[in-house]
Write a protein that binds this ligand. Structure first.
Ligand SMILES: [Zn+2]
Length: 370
């Protein structure tokens, strides 16, 4: 059996909660949660207890009664970040902000992980930063049928202290008219609540998210980024003269390709067992550039017999391969930088004995194709 949960953020206007419940109940397809979970501050919690859960005039109870909804919601569903035994009233400080991020991450994780839970998370309410963290946390942990949404309410009713949901029986509400700026009577029938589902990327099914319970927001972000980076490979295709990384591509001229392949070969033949991103054991001096190897690569480039091989031999005889190498390296790096950033650049490393050159990539992620 499904356990349907509505997760809401709340600042000082608990209306966002009743509005969200109302909208979901009137949305197609309808979603009536079994339970609410709220993330808020201690002041937000006071407002919720007073205006939504008051035993006599609590607006949440009224909403459920009026629309015949059976939803579990009491004080135990309200999560307030506890900061050194004091309730957190605002999270202006860096520490408090980190606590809030981590709390949102932990709650979303615990709600989304069980297969039987279906979580709808509402981005309305709370501060903008809270909404952003909630959206991010959903990207990390949401399952296929977990959703992210927000509710828009027309100006006259938005955050209005007397408006919590459109009642079945019409009600008059005094509000400031957005056009004239004067106090005007509005009918509750004029309230327009619109629910928007927010599309987002679900990362957990890709196996790039760490599932452990006590992970900070910052560590999760770092882990996901590193895992994605590691899974991307640089494909060097000699015949097509292309470098492909993810869905991006760089095209090289035959001469550039020959030079690039020289460095690819050096990397693949690296004597270092674990030739990772910053390994420079596979870096070589410009004097190690082997013209014969370059020409062998040139010959491999299909349909491009290149008169430049003769030019390369001449340079070799003159002992002036340097003057050819530098402009070619610059052109290759310019092309790569524009498309891939720093991945796959021909990097240099200054050493006592002179500068050495090599590729900026993990050997595991480098694939040479004919
Ligand atoms: Zn290496």
């Amino acid at each position: 059996m499904k356990n349907r949960i509505l997760l809401c953020l709340c600042g000082l206007t608990p209306q966002v909660i009743t509005e969200a419940v109302y909208c979901l109940a009137h949305y197609e397809p309808q979603f009536i949660p079994d339970k609410l979970e709220i993330i808020t501050t201690s002041r937000g919690k006071m407002h919720i207890l007073e205006s939504l859960l008051h035993p006599m005039q609590g607006k949440f109870n009224l909403l459920c009664k009026e629309y015949n909804l059976n939803i579990f919601f009491d004080e135990s569903c309200i999560h307030v970040v506890d900061f050194q035994k004091e309730y957190l009233d605002n999270f202006e400080t860096k520490n408090n902000n980190l606590k809030m991020m981590d709390l949102i991450l932990a709650i979303v994780r615990n709600l989304c992980l069980p297969q039987e839970n279906q979580v709808y998370a509402c981005l309305s309410g709370g501060r903008k930063t809270m909404s952003f963290y909630l959206g991010m946390a959903m990207q990390f942990y949401a399952k296929e049928n977990d959703e992210l949404f927000h509710v828009l309410v027309n100006k006259e009713f938005e955050n209005h202290p007397e408006f919590y949901f459109p009642p079945k029986i019409e009600k008059q509400i005094v509000s400031v008219d957005s056009k004239s700026g004067k106090l005007t009577y509005f009918s509750s029938k004029d309230a327009k609540l619109v629910l928007y589902k927010v599309p987002f990327v679900r990362l957990r099914p890709l196996g790039v998210v760490k599932d452990i319970e006590k992970i900070s927001f910052a560590k999760q972000v770092k882990y996901v980024q590193e895992t994605i980076n590691k899974s991307l490979k640089l494909h060097v295709n000699i015949g097509k003269r292309t470098l492909v990384y993810g869905n991006r591509m760089v095209e090289l001229t035959p001469m550039e390709m020959a030079l690039y392949c020289f460095f690819v070969k050096k990397k693949l033949d690296c004597p270092q067992n674990k030739c990772i991103l910053n390994c420079t054991k596979c870096f070589v001096s410009v004097y190690d550039l082997d013209v014969d190897v370059l020409i062998r690569f040139l010959n491999k480039i299909k349909g491009h017999w290149n008169p430049n091989s003769a030019q390369l031999y001449q340079l070799k005889q003159k002992g002036d391969i340097k003057s050819w190498f530098f402009p070619h390296r610059s052109r290759i790096n310019r092309k790569i930088k524009k498309v891939f950033g720093s991945i796959g650049l021909i990097e240099s490393e200054k050493r006592y004995a002179g500068t050495r050159y090599g590729l900026n990539i993990d050997k595991k992620n480098l694939i040479l194709e004919d």
